[in-house]
Design a protein around this ligand. Structure first.
Ligand SMILES: Cc1ncc(COP(=O)(O)O)c(C=O)c1O
Length: 465
């Protein structure tokens, strides 16, 4: 049928180093070879042509919870989080909540020893309400409102990343000198990396941070150091998304260590922390490259030691903020086919009950996915089809030119792997379709984490007419 390409071991963080709580057949197993694609490690064929994830059949879960359904493999999230801790034992790993956050996700990463990176009062409030320790939270964002900063202070957030000039005075005004706020300054190292112009944040000409080149970063650092209520702990940068090479991080690190040395020269202080952000790429297609965590950990740690020794600096405490690499591969989106149209030119459109409302990434970035039929065995030949959404946009195409069985019909279920990051968190209310339900799977059990959004939810927000 579809993707008979062997799963790659390149990233495989949980499998490389940590015993996963969910069954992990491992990249070399026959099961993985048959499935192909970037499925969670626990994925294996189930009865009735179902696909088991975390021991639960996707078709069975779709029957129970309805579609579209997002299935999150708790074991995969945990093993990926644990792999970061094991690969970088001396660093602090903050899960980037923007990839996907709910209370259960906050619990899982907290239990695995990660901190949290949030970028809004919504993410902050949800995490703290779920019991996430505020001291282990870092708040960043290019346009934090005064209310957001006040909330962060009130909740005693561990670190705030300063991203623009206005924020320095705004934050300082909220802070009493006897209870200083630990801050980092976000700098732009001038390094282009990432899969799409819209997510490249390591270069000038975009809205985040203070460029090192031209002196903006140095000026901001001087101003922060002048504020008695702000405890400047270090520098922060984030290069972009879906980065699969280690090299850009090494170049960023060089630039940041040079800046640390300048700060010591100018101000006589050694900043103790260096945050390199996230951006670690995952596989969406079987043929995609992915970020090599082990290589990253070794080369980054070595490079940091060398550059600090050259500059005569103490090695700073390293922080990383992976989001997609933890949540992405743990999620599978399950859709029901609503219509199959064969055009006169032979082109086939398979329309499903979700689309750009729950996954805007293909429309935003041209992102590509793989897809497979689940819950029904088909011996039909493969055909090429576009898997399209149900929203009123011709550009609502989830998977272009997918290989699917030629007898695909309404009622069939299609599963899209690598769906755990930047889909639900970017989901919209377009066409008042409502956002999908989210279920967690682990050890053969499924539980609903987030119920489906209904039209009543939309109506409830209306307060006038
Ligand atoms: C500051 C910062 N940290 C971390 C992340 C997480 O990136 P990723 O999910 O690609 O690892 C982002 C994503 O945009 C970010 O802006």
């Amino acid at each position: 049928m579809t993707q008979l390409i062997a799963r790659s071991a390149a990233f495989a963080p949980g499998r490389a180093s940590a015993p996963a709580p969910a069954p992990a057949p491992g990249p070399a197993s026959a099961t993985a070879d048959v499935l192909g694609g970037p499925w969670p490690a626990s994925a294996r064929p189930g009865p009735g042509a179902d696909l088991l994830v975390g021991g639960v059949g996707l078709a069975e879960a779709a029957e129970r919870f309805g579609t579209p359904l997002y299935v999150l493999d708790e074991g995969e999230v945990r093993s990926r989080a644990r792999a970061y801790r094991q690969a970088l034992p001396h660093a602090e790993v903050l899960y980037a909540a923007k990839a996907f956050l709910c209370s259960a996700m906050a619990d899982w990463v907290a239990e695995e020893g990660l901190g949290l990176d949030v970028c809004s009062s919504g993410e902050l409030w949800l995490a703290v309400s779920a019991g996430f320790p505020a001291q282990r939270i870092l708040l960043h964002g290019n346009a934090k409102s005064p209310a957001e900063l006040r909330l962060a202070r009130r909740l005693r957030v561990g670190r705030i990343v300063i991203d623009g000039p206005a924020e320095i005075a705004r934050l300082a005004a909220l802070v009493a000198a006897d209870t200083p706020q630990k801050v980092l300054v976000r700098v732009v190292p001038g390094i282009a990396a990432g899969h799409h112009a819209a997510v490249r944040t390591g270069v000038g000409g975009q809205k985040f941070g203070f460029p090192i080149e031209g002196g903006d970063a140095a000026d901001a650092i001087a101003r922060v150091l002048d504020q008695p209520g702000l405890e400047l702990a270090g520098l922060h940068c984030h290069l972009g998304s879906q980065i699969t090479e280690v090299e850009p991080y090494l170049r960023a690190l060089d630039a940041l260590v040079r800046l640390l040395a300048q700060v010591r020269e100018r101000h006589g202080v050694e900043l103790p922390e260096l945050d390199l952000g996230g951006g670690h790429g995952i596989k969406y297609l079987p043929s995609d490259a992915e970020f090599d965590l082990a290589e990253f950990a070794v080369r980054l740690t070595d490079r940091l030691a060398v550059r600090c020794a050259e500059a005569g600096l103490e090695v700073p405490h390293l922080i990383v903020e992976p989001g997609r690499a933890i949540a992405g591969p743990a999620g599978v989106a399950v859709y029901r086919v609503l219509s199959v149209k064969h055009g006169a030119d032979g082109h086939c459109f398979a329309a499903v009950d979700g689309g750009m409302g729950d996954n805007p990434r293909p429309a935003l970035y041209g992102s590509q996915y793989s897809v497979r039929l689940v819950g029904r065995r088909s011996d039909a030949d493969a055909m090429r089809a576009d898997v399209v959404g149900r929203h009123c946009e011709a550009g609502d195409v989830l998977v272009r030119d997918a290989a699917l069985p030629a007898d695909l019909r309404p009622g069939d279920l299609l599963a899209v792997p690598a769906a755990g990051a930047y889909q639900l968190s970017m989901a919209s209310g377009y066409n008042l379709v409502g956002r999908p339900a989210v279920a967690a799977v682990r050890d053969g059990r499924a539980r609903l984490l987030i119920r489906r959004e209904t039209v009543e939810d939309f109506r409830l927000r209306e307060v006038g007419r």
